[in-house]
Design a protein around this ligand. Structure first.
Ligand code: BGC
Length: 745
């Protein structure tokens, strides 16, 4: 396609800035511009059959339902995330879909967010690294991705209007950091702006967000598409950098754009830019290798990949007395409705029509050689215990007592979590909590397997010897669970979000979800583990935690600043157990003597290492210099502060295995000394300091230090208010300012 913007009329250009229908852009037949299909996403392809319902939630063509982000995030495995991306790209290409709407990389600010199952982590490095892998995978197939939801869309309550009111540092360091990484490293073809406002401005019409940050600072050169229905004021949006409105406005907003140009309120050049980006997207899609990818879909291969990815995403939280893995000849009572009726994905726009569905009970029976009995234990929809639930519980207790081991499948019913609304609490239904107690009493050898998109409180964590966090694992989750229970696979996932003890302990508890369409991010930088660590709160299971069937020892550790400024950390890891396994090594840093507020430790890098029993390897991790930076509000830029950084190598955020101190040179940034500078700042200045100290010493004599302690915050320009002849103070000021070198930031 060689059409350019100059070939088009104003009306045609405007027509490219909004959709033709729910999933298609507009073609321009006169000049041979084809339509494009954009569709969900993010953990599989949701391509609606022709004639689908308007909301787009109805029937779609069968596609592989890969593990949703909540699970894939726990894999901490960019390799597997990339392979999943490639497979999704292949499925999209077979179905002639130009852009797959995902991944979603918003930060899990509160466990109550109803859409947390669609997001990867509470940490921007995990989200950024895995998001990059998924985007690269999808796009390697000649299909575009849409990085979403840009930005600060961290709740579902009032999501179409709410303003996320966030200070500059958390906005940059927590909420935008992952987006920045994916944009810079993977160049997604499109970025999807979110529904909400940020500090009062709709993301869909925010020039700071869509142009200054995304394009000018990060170098994004793709197309910005609105979330479906996120446009508030189309003309303002276009001017701000929102290229494509989706879905269709039935020509209404195109006419507004044309009228704004004709009326002189909008520069036609703005329309040219957006239309040019739409054409560029068409060019990328029509010239891409996707055309060479034809069906039929290898559903078996993709199902096998979904199983592998799911098994790497399962987190073994607890395994007292090595209750797991189960021997094939152990008799097992499989209890819980989720064992036969799997919850494997969340509700809403991400809902895939899977090519097949593994059921855990069947998969367990495929592996076990001893008796496997089954009992429902509870009805998924039930909350409180009634007569029927009591009967189900009694049957479960009888099955548990008769078996060597009870495996209890608990989870959140679909009605409790979905796109579109948030949860009220993090509790499992009462009927399930009561069932655990009864089953453990009947058979202390009980394993609990969880199916949940958002974290749940685990009041039974102490009484149950083995706990498996199975999240929502996609269509092959049942097989993956069986693989982990029986040790076909050694578990290796780690928590990408903290499991708190109580909802009251969580960072956003007091101001989530806000009121009157404003939500204040009062916890600032202290999201997830950053909060629990700073407040020294106990947690049920910490960020980064996950056990294996083998054990790993961390040995020699070293770190050095490389020529390019990045920090290279190496550590020896040995598999000290008796079977192969994968360990996710984590690097956290802090700067205890730093000048700005900082979390106790922050994740900066991670890497997986697969080791046979007894094998030892040196693992190398790169901490990017850019990730050491904080956002400096004085300069409105990233600044790496110089000093001795603490580098922790860890198996979880609360299991540090080795620490060292590393001197890092700071960025050369400086603020000039002015009359607004404080006495303290002037005293710290190499040039001005001695001049001022000498003058203060002369006028105050012995008590000078006490005096400085008291008036150190006084701006230089106001020194005259405390006595002394005006002309003398003025001449001192001039001497001090004249002697100033620059004050180091
Ligand atoms: C969701 C997006 C999705 C779009 C299209 C919106 O409601 O927020 O994530 O891609 O619908 O289905």
């Amino acid at each position: 396609m060689d059409t350019s913007v100059s070939d088009l009329t104003l009306e045609e250009k405007a027509s490219l800035t909004s959709g033709a229908s729910f999933w298609f852009t507009k073609p321009i037949e006169r000049v041979g511009v084809p339509e494009l299909m954009l569709t969900d996403g993010p953990h599989g392809l949701r391509k609606q059959r022709v004639g689908g319902d308007h909301l787009g939630l109805g029937d779609s063509v069968p596609a592989t339902c890969f593990p949703p982000a909540v699970a894939l995030g726990s894999s901490w495995d960019p390799e597997v995330a990339r392979r999943v991306g490639e497979a999704m790209g292949t499925e999209a290409a077979i179905e002639d879909v130009a852009v797959l709407l995902g991944p979603g990389i918003n930060i899990k600010r509160s466990p109550l967010c109803g859409r947390n199952f669609e997001y990867l982590s509470e940490d921007p490095v995990v989200s950024g690294v895995l998001g990059t892998a998924i985007v690269s995978g999808i796009q390697s197939r000649g299909v575009g991705s849409s990085l979403k939801h840009f930005a600060a869309n961290n709740q579902e309550s009032d999501r179409m209007r709410v303003s996320s009111d966030i200070d500059a540092r958390p906005l940059r360091e927590i909420y935008l950091r992952g987006f920045q990484r994916v944009v810079e490293d993977a160049q997604p073809w499109t970025v999807m702006c979110s529904y909400n406002r940020i500090n009062g401005v709709y993301a869909s019409e925010d020039p700071w967000l869509l142009t200054q940050v995304l394009r000018d600072e990060w170098g994004f050169d793709g197309l910005v598409v609105s979330d479906w229905g996120a446009v508030n004021d189309r003309v303002a949006g276009l001017a701000a950098g929102l290229d494509l409105e989706m879905p269709s406005s039935d020509g209404r907003t195109d006419a507004q754009v044309v009228a704004a140009v004709r009326g002189g309120e909008l520069d036609e050049a703005v329309v040219d830019v957006a239309a040019g980006r739409a054409l560029e997207l068409v060019r990328k899609a029509s010239g891409s290798t996707a055309a060479d990818i034809t069906g039929p879909l290898d559903a078996d291969a993709h199902h096998a990949l979904a199983r592998d990815a799911a098994s790497r995403s399962i987190v073994l939280l607890k395994n007292d007395g090595d209750l797991l893995p189960l021997a094939a000849d152990t008799s097992v009572a499989v209890i819980g409705a989720f064992a036969t009726d799997p919850r494997y994905q969340g509700a809403g726009s991400s809902q895939i029509n899977p090519t097949r569905l593994d059921v855990a009970l069947d998969e367990i029976r495929r592996i076990a050689t001893a008796a496997v009995t089954a009992a429902a234990g509870f009805s998924i929809e039930a909350d409180a215990a009634d007569e029927q639930q009591a009967r189900l519980r009694d049957e479960a207790v009888a099955a548990a007592s008769a078996a060597d081991v009870a495996v209890l499948f608990l989870g959140l019913p679909a009605r409790l979590e979905s796109e579109g609304f948030d949860r009220d609490d993090i509790d499992l239904p009462a009927v399930q909590r009561q069932l655990v107690d009864a089953v453990v009493e009947a058979n202390p050898r009980t394993v609990v397997v969880l199916s949940n998109g958002g974290v749940v409180a685990l009041p039974f964590a102490d009484s149950v010897p083995a706990l498996v966090e199975g999240w929502l694992l996609g269509q092959a989750g049942g097989g993956a669970i069986a693989d982990v229970l029986y040790g076909v696979v050694s578990p290796s996932g780690k928590l990408a979000e903290t499991i708190p003890v109580r909802i009251e302990d969580t960072p956003a508890y007091l101001d989530f979800p806000g009121e009157f369409s404003h939500v204040r991010y009062g916890e600032g930088l202290f999201v997830g583990y950053r909060w629990y660590d700073a407040r020294r709160l106990p947690v049920a299971f910490p960020f980064g935690h996950g056990l294996s069937y083998t054990t790993f020892a961390y040995g020699d550790l070293s770190a050095q600043v490389r020529g390019d400024g990045d920090v290279e950390v190496t550590v020896e890891v040995t598999n000290t157990g008796s079977r192969a396994g994968r360990e996710v090594v984590q690097v956290y840093t802090s700067l205890p003597a730093g000048r700005v507020q900082r979390p106790v430790r922050e994740l900066k890098a991670f890497a997986s290492v697969e080791l046979d029993a007894g094998e030892r390897r040196t693992v190398t991790l790169i901490v990017r210099r850019a990730d050491l930076a904080y956002w400096d509000v004085r300069f409105d830029r990233w600044v790496v502060e110089g000093g001795d950084y603490v580098v922790d190598v860890a198996a979880s955020s609360r299991d540090v295995r080795g620490t060292l101190s590393l001197p890092v040179t700071g960025d050369d940034v400086s603020l000039p000394l002015t009359r607004e500078s404080s006495i303290e700042e002037a005293l710290a200045d190499p040039g001005a300091g001695p001049v001022l100290r000498e003058a203060l010493g002369r006028s105050m004599g012995e008590g000078v230090d006490e005096m400085i302690a008291m008036v150190g915050s006084l701006p230089l320009g106001r020194m005259g208010m405390f006595g002394g002849a005006a002309d003398e103070t003025e001449s001192l000021l001039e001497r001090v300012l004249g002697a100033a070198g620059d004050v180091q930031s």
